[in-house]
Design a protein around this ligand. Structure first.
Ligand code: BGC
Length: 279
């Protein structure tokens, strides 16, 4: 007898990442949380990184453990080199290795360019760009050391950078954020070029407007949501699971030949919707 859609989805998922070890930064809420849970559903053991939100992180861990895989929470600031080094070292000790690094942690500190302080600029660059570099670097070292284990995956490791539609869409009032995500695009491509010969796959997922705390103002009232939907040809605000599913696919061997790509998961936000009627 055919199972429910959810069961079928669960069964398909269980095959995809069985036995792999994943780390998700900023996994206590939003996209990171959904991604950590989805990776667990796909059979991976998961490290749930957070810097604030210890209680939420523990809840995510419990949910992942409920799926029959291992998980633990690890507090670390991704922009702090020592903390990132220690986080990956602990994972190698506890789980034996790392197969999937999801460099997801990110934040916004919005201000008009003329009002933006150096602190607002620097904080966003530190977390969104430098943080991704540090996490990718530490994961890549372990991937190179271990190499390909064919029973686990065709590749020696996967780095998935959480980017944004603002990797390519300029964004007034958010020059720090847009610059960080533009940087993530080139970070990802350069790492992909450098590491591909060692069978490491580096790619990015670029979400559009996803219903999470980072952009609550943009969707939490009907008026705001109506404005937002004008920017989304597919006419729905995304859910964290839309991104989590894309990460699982990107991390799996289904997409083994995808190297150095950005997958936009945005309901068409990058299709210049203003030109649907103008131009
Ligand atoms: C930002 C959100 C924004 C979305 C679309 C994301 O990267 O974090 O605040 O709603 O891009 O503009």
């Amino acid at each position: 007898m055919a199972g429910s859609v959810d069961e079928d989805r669960g069964t398909a998922y269980a095959q995809l990442l069985r036995g792999q070890k994943a780390l998700v930064t900023g996994a206590h809420s939003g996209i990171g949380m959904a991604t950590a849970i989805a990776l667990g559903r796909a059979g991976a053991d998961v490290v749930v990184n957070y810097v604030v939100g210890a209680d939420e992180a523990e809840k995510v861990v419990a949910q992942i453990e409920g799926l029959g895989v291992r998980a633990y929470a690890h507090e670390a600031d991704v922009s702090d080199e020592d903390q990132v080094v220690a986080m990956v070292a602990r994972m190698v000790k506890e789980f034996g290795t790392i197969d999937i690094m999801v460099a997801n942690a990110g934040l916004q500190r919005d201000a008009a360019a003329t009002d933006m302080t150096l602190q607002q600029w620097q904080k966003v660059i530190d977390v969104n760009l430098t943080g991704q570099f540090l996490c990718a670097r530490e994961a890549a070292k372990e991937f190179v050391r271990r190499g390909v284990v064919p029973e686990v995956s065709r590749s020696a490791g996967k780095i998935i950078c959480m980017s944004s539609v603002h990797q390519i869409i300029p964004w007034s009032g958010h020059v720090n954020y847009a610059s960080s995500k533009g940087g993530v695009g080139m970070l990802m491509q350069t790492l992909a070029q450098e590491l591909a010969p060692q069978h490491i796959r580096v790619n990015a997922i670029a979400p559009g407007a996803i219903r999470t705390p980072i952009n609550r103002d943009a969707w939490s009232t009907p008026e705001a949501e109506a404005e937002l939907l004008k920017l989304i040809p597919y006419r729905r605000v995304g859910d964290p699971d839309d991104i989590a599913d894309a990460v699982v696919a990107m991390a799996s061997d289904l997409l083994d030949y995808v190297v150095g790509s950005t997958l936009f998961v945005d309901g068409g936000m990058t299709l210049f919707p203003g030109f649907a009627t103008g131009g």
